[in-house]
Design a protein around this ligand. Structure first.
Ligand code: TPP
Length: 312
């Protein structure tokens, strides 16, 4: 049994809201990061390049791990979810340890957002410049193998690994499932595999997303694991009771918290949320107002104070 004790889901959800807000701000904003004035066209980046759909789920997983596990390494399979990883590292103060300009204040938020996916700034994907990253995730498939590699001969380690359900269709990810057989001894670190079942990849549904819970669980069981079904309301508890050989299937809605429909097209809960769900908020007043409503929905001023910092 690993974990700290009972989970405070209220504070967990606040942290997820803060991280989600920072993701959206990184993707879209070049100024007015705290929304002190109405959002204007000039606040929007001139080039939008990043991925939204996977980020809320990553924020839930990372925040749940922070509540449930004392010390862990984190391997992110879908490296395009970088803004979520970056937001969580920022909130925890891991970024300010390597760059004082990324301190947890309004200037730090400005740098985090302005320089995301920007020439000379941060890349759009996880990279070796990011503290703790051992798997870049631009080419999908290597997360589980990287996690087991890091655990090899390190019984003191706990390594959580998030595998995308699109990534789970790669030969590499599926072959890595066999590693549980040779990594089951406590001479090695504990690997916590988490399949991110958000149902969609770039341009359509995933195969795992179209399976029943039973069919998917049988597949996982066939590799020698015990499948554990989870969602955002119980993931942290499942992590507390996690034991070697468990495999978490974490269901989330792709793009949750973002726009549901834009111009008649279903965005959240669909592959259309995978990248940037609003194409022209700089030039389209309707999209600008959808973005402002989206940002305001997180009520970030309740979670971050310019003098006190995060109040999570
Ligand atoms: C080996 C490989 N094939 C294809 C791609 C192109 N690609 C980038 S993101 C993506 C979808 C990923 O879906 P998933 O793993 O489910 O991640 P999430 O839905 O969480 O974004 C694909 C196919 C890639 N990066 N690597």
């Amino acid at each position: 049994m690993y974990g700290l004790g009972s989970i405070d889901y209220l504070s967990l959800k606040k942290r997820v809201r803060a991280a989600d807000y920072l993701v959206v701000a990184q993707l879209f904003l070049q100024s007015n990061f705290l929304l002190k004035t109405p959002l204007m066209s000039e606040d929007i980046k001139s080039r939008l390049l990043g991925h939204w759909g996977t980020c809320h789920g990553i924020d839930v997983v990372y925040s749940s791990l922070r509540q449930a596990i004392k010390k862990f390494e984190f391997v992110l399979g879908p490296g395009h979810g970088f803004p979520a990883l970056q937001a969580n590292l920022f909130i925890d103060g891991d970024l300010e340890k390597i760059d004082p300009e990324l301190s947890r204040n309004s200037q730090g938020i400005a740098k985090l957002c302005r320089e995301f996916s920007w020439p000379g700034g941060f890349p759009s994907h996880a990279s070796p410049y990011t503290p703790g990253v051992i798997c870049e995730g631009g080419e999908l498939g290597y997360a589980l193998g990287a996690a087991y590699g890091s655990a090899l001969g390190h019984p003191e380690k706990t390594i959580a690994v998030l595998i995308g359900d699109g990534e789970f269709e790669t030969a590499t990810a599926l072959a890595s499932m066999n590693l549980s057989k040779i990594m089951s001894s406590d001479k090695h670190g504990l690997v916590i595999p988490i399949l991110h079942l958000n149902g969609y990849k770039i341009s359509g549904p995933t195969i795992s997303g179209r399976k029943s819970d039973r069919e998917l669980s049988e597949q996982i069981r066939g590799f020698g694991y015990r499948p554990i079904l989870a969602d955002e309301n119980n993931l942290a508890d499942k992590l507390i009771t996690f034991s070697r050989g468990d495999f978490i299937i974490f269901r989330s809605e792709k793009g949750e918290g973002g726009p549901s429909f834009v111009k008649g097209q279903k965005i959240a809960g669909n592959y259309l949320s995978h990248q940037i769900p609003l194409k022209n908020p700089k030039t389209d007043p309707l999209e600008l107002s959808i973005l402002e409503t989206w940002l305001k929905s997180y009520n970030f001023s309740e979670l971050f104070d310019e003098t006190k910092g995060f109040t999570l």
